[in-house]
Ligand binder design. Structure first.
Ligand SMILES: [Ca+2]
Length: 351
């Protein structure tokens, strides 16, 4: 609930504001650097872990300045109205992008010792759910006299729960400041971040989670980081006995998605739909796991209609378990049999 507020706070100075005119150049840059990482330049970023590492400027791996190509000379935007893939970005705008695509570090640890929030992964809808806003809000430089307060789904979590004043301007929030004690307090009550699911495991609990990595609403970075914290705490072997995290690389908040209209080489490509995995099939997998002790495969197939299966000789995509991704090998681009489940090679990234 706080992450969108933090983005608007980051954009308080005019120079840090990413205007909607920059959407195409940002999307194109993500694709330019990440599309072919999965073996094929097709407008879909499958290799999300390496893509994330490239644009995460806090992990010490990948390029130091992933936005170098778009950085305007002398930090001045030569043409703010340029909406093409070649539009440049100011240093301030790049600071905001670094902020959005790197984990956010808290001033003090929150419940369960959590020290950071995963934010978002590079994707082809960087403006969805208001992540990029064409509006200047009250409290931001250049906002109109009668500018409205920033609103977002769950904003009362920031104003009500945290600031304890529903009329407050959420952009007045200061990390580590006067609300910090309150933040630590409500974190214990609200945050679902406990990395120890031993009790659930011992009771025979099973869970199947599916995350879409074009989800600008429920932070996909935070979801991946939570699953990683489970693995770190309980060990991969034990986690695999009772949990699955399936990843739809270019799936949105409702898990469906589509390829971008141009690929990483800047060439137009035929747009392909990415079907949301069928919810009933998911329940069937869970029921079979609990009642018949049949554990689901770690790599599944989602066909064009969203049906979950294991036959790769269909159109659709491979549904891989975190952190694996569908890697293109050869054959028709829309056939599942053309792909294998591959582990991300983070060591391939140099500084
Ligand atoms: Ca690709």
């Amino acid at each position: 609930m706080l992450a969108p507020v933090l983005v608007r706070i980051q954009e308080k100075p005019m120079t840090n504001w990413i205007t909607p005119s920059k959407i195409k150049t940002i999307t194109s840059e993500f694709l330019r650097q990440c599309d072919a990482l999965d073996g094929i330049s097709d407008g879909i970023i499958n290799n999300y872990m390496v893509a994330r590492a490239i644009f995460n400027v806090k992990d010490g791996i990948g390029p130091k300045d992933p936005w170098k190509v778009l950085r305007a000379p002398n930090g001045i935007d030569p043409n703010p109205k340029d909406t093409t893939a070649n539009a440049k970005l100011t240093d301030g705008q790049i600071k905001t992008l670094e902020f959005v695509y790197s984990p956010y570090t808290f001033k003090t640890a929150l419940a369960n010792g959590v020290k950071s929030f995963g934010m978002w992964l590079p994707n082809t809808t960087p403006s969805d759910f208001g992540l990029i806003s064409g509006t200047r809000y009250k409290g931001q430089e250049g906002a109109a006299e009668n500018a409205s307060l920033f609103r977002h789904l769950g904003i009362a979590g920031a104003t009500g729960f945290l600031m304890q004043d529903l009329k407050a301007n959420s952009l007045d929030y200061v990390e580590g400041g006067r609300w910090n004690k309150r933040r630590e307090e409500i974190s214990v009550w609200l945050d679902a971040t406990n990395p120890d699911l031993s009790a659930f495991y011992k009771r025979g609990g099973k869970m199947i989670i599916t995350v879409g990595l074009m989800d600008n609403l429920a932070s996909d970075g935070a979801q991946l980081d939570y699953y990683q914290s489970l693995i770190d705490k309980m060990g991969r072997k034990k986690i695999d006995e009772f949990a699955r995290l399936f990843v739809v690389p270019q799936g949105g908040h409702g898990l469906s998605g589509k390829s971008y209209t141009i690929n990483g080489e800047g060439k137009p490509v035929e747009v392909r739909n990415i079907a949301s995995p069928n919810g009933n099939d998911n329940i069937d997998l869970l029921v079979a796991w609990v009642e018949k002790k049949q554990s689901p495969a770690k790599t599944l197939v989602v066909d064009e209609k969203g049906r979950i299966g294991t036959d790769t000789n269909v159109k659709g995509y491979l549904l891989c378990s975190y952190p694996n991704y569908p890697r293109y090998v050869n054959g028709a681009v829309d056939f599942v049999s053309s792909y294998v489940s591959a582990a991300p090679d983070l060591k391939s990234l140099k500084k």
